[in-house]
Design a binder for this molecule. Structure first.
Ligand SMILES: Cc1ncc(COP(=O)(O)O)c(C=O)c1O
Length: 405
């Protein structure tokens, strides 16, 4: 465990109602004790290996490298972990912590549904009842994940307030927790929220970066840059974690460029777009108007469609250690198709934003240099969105036939 942080520069903190201070103190204490307990870390490692399927492979993408013509492309296949994304790393860690704290119920929020699915799966395994809050809009666009959460035995609660997306699901989960914390753990899914969540989630996700550092050494890869998509920031900070204290490789976070740069058209908070503010218990950069009211956001990927960014990433962005860029909806769709065709891998729409950046910059580097992209999830969950975008006529006909049966 690295040093525990409440703040990252001026970002982070614990801006919550008085009643949530004690449960957050308890959580911080339990987390620090667990992290220092070899029995906990051993069981965590075993569970990540046997249940989550770690380590995830680092694949050399030979065909993509050849077609793009430039740097060698490597892909860290988090999408091969059980439940299909990196979200399982944090869900396993926090669920084990909740059990250790004697909690008998777990709640979570979810956007794309990957965090909800991961949490529901871990709860099924540990025998802990689970409720997942999900925006109504996200339930519609990520229906397969709703189906799987329910199969794992979770209750999925549709959130209809606000924009009915991830930020509203977080609000509902916080509301539930304020009334239920003596028995309930709030298993937050990204590296944001009040302290200790950003630090704790990063630690549980840092397994990605530790594995990657080892795999790069074993394969003798000369890595020029790491590229990850950024919603709240958990896959990116976990992926980058082992490299934050050195000057190289270049670290690139890719936000959702959506369908344009106007308000409500994207979810890109860095590079001067976000304003400093305090929302949902933490200080960071948020897409907000001059009165501090959150703006609506848009992304084709539900998991990147959130107005705030994790405080450590905001800080590292301002310090210049992480560079931020955006990929648009259509660039993400192109990247999904490119890697499916060249490598037989379907990126989740979230991760495809990172893949799109790799496609853009590959030619800036010679072949001896490598770019590593984090495939934070696989795109099975996106079937309905992808099919409607890429094969609309046959897909609609198929759905009509199914509905008529
Ligand atoms: C596959 C995948 N990647 C990335 C994200 C974005 O979250 P984060 O920025 O916390 O990694 C999500 C969120 O649901 C996701 O499902």
């Amino acid at each position: 465990m690295k040093r525990y942080n409440d703040f990252f520069g001026s970002f982070g903190g614990r801006y919550v109602a008085e009643m949530l201070r004690a449960p957050l103190d308890d959580l911080q204490e339990a987390f620090l004790q667990a992290a220092a307990d070899p029995a906990f870390t051993r069981e965590l490692e075993e569970t990540l290996r046997d249940f989550a399927g770690r380590p995830t492979p680092l694949l050399k993408a030979e065909n993509a490298t050849r077609e793009l013509g430039g740097a060698s492309i490597y892909i860290k296949l988090e999408g091969l972990a059980n439940t299909g994304a990196h979200k399982i790393n944090n869900a396993v860690g926090q669920a084990m912590l909740a059990r250790r704290m004697g909690k008998t119920r777990i709640i979570a929020e979810t956007g794309a549904g990957q965090h909800g699915v991961a949490t529901a799966a871990v709860c099924a395994r540990l025998g802990i009842p689970c409720r997942v809050y999900m925006g109504e809009v996200d339930m519609r666009r990520q229906r397969p994940n709703v189906f799987w959460m329910e199969r794992y035995g979770a209750e999925v609660v549709s959130v209809t307030t606000g924009s009915a997306t991830l930020k509203d699901a977080v609000n509902e989960a916080l509301r539930d927790w304020a009334a239920s914390f003596p028995t309930t753990h709030y298993l937050l899914g990204s590296a944001l929220g009040p302290s200790p969540y950003p630090d704790m989630v990063r630690e549980f996700q840092s397994v990605i970066g530790r594995e990657l550092a080892l795999q790069l050494r074993e394969k003798g890869v000369d890595c020029a840059a790491l590229v990850a998509c950024v919603g709240g920031g958990s896959n990116a900070i976990g992926f980058f974690s082992a490299f934050l204290e050195s000057d190289s490789p270049v670290l690139i976070g890719v936000e959702a460029g959506g369908r344009g740069s106007g308000p409500g058209q994207h979810a890109a908070r860095m590079n001067g777009r976000g304003r400093a503010g305090i929302v949902q218990g933490y200080k960071s950069l948020f897409l907000a108007d001059s009165d501090g009211q959150l703006l609506s956001t848009h992304s084709i990927s539900a998991g990147l469609d959130y107005p705030g960014i994790g405080p450590q990433l905001a800080h590292l962005g301002e310090e210049g250690r992480i560079k931020f860029t955006t990929a648009s909806d259509s660039e993400a769709l192109d990247a999904v198709q490119f890697f499916a065709r060249t490598e037989g891998l379907v990126f989740a729409l979230e991760s495809a934003h990172a893949a799109a950046e790799v496609m853009r910059i590959a030619r800036d580097y010679p072949r001896e240099k490598s770019l590593v992209v984090n495939m934070s999830g696989r795109g099975d969950k996106d079937l309905f969105i992808l099919a409607r975008a890429l094969d609309p006529d046959r897909w609609t006909a198929f759905l009509r036939e199914e509905a008529a049966r």
